[in-house]
Design a protein. Sequence first.
Length: 233
Amino acid sequence: MFNSFRQDVAAVLARDPAARSSLEVALLYPGLHAVWGHRITHWLWVRGWRLPARWLSQMVRGMTGIEIHPGAVLGPGFFIDHGMGVVIGETAEVGADVTLYHGVTLGGTSLNKGKRHPTIGDRVVVGAGAKVLGAIEIGADSRIGANAVVVRPVPPNSVVVGVPGQVVVRTQRQTNVDLNHTNLPDTLGTAVAQLLERVEELEHKIAVQHAYGATHQVHAPLGGVWRGDDFQI
């Protein structure tokens, strides 16, 4: 447990340029306090001390604004930046060197008692306000954009944006934690731009046909049946 504490401090120093010393991090970072509190509550939880674990977790929630269920599994080097409003459910599993920003929810979508919260792979970054819902897996080295709502599995080395989350698998492999929140693909904007280009191309073809007197148009099949007058038969 104490080795994990040291790794947690090192993770903050490595990923937050505002952190100046280990002492400052240990005393003043609520995200770190929430993680440390969870290390203790999880130790109680797995040993059957369920009520004291829940009571202590609620105390930590009141002090930090971060709610982590004692049953959740957190890997080493887990960093919650700012952290206010973060919620992590009972069956959530978080890998090594994962970063969460404020307002993130790792939530469940089922009334079943079994696995109902997400599994987050190593070195994943989840942007502010993002919601990852259900027993889905987020692949390692992925980045979830701010305010995205993720409801389906995400392959490794991907970027997710939008509501519902649109998955873009990156062509280049990440070698470290990716905190570049501004480098996000505009999947819907790109799709609309391509549609506009296609419409312009089709309008140009129609204009050319009208210029040469070619007005014949083939209609789409209705219920899988073509119209005979389209083919003059």
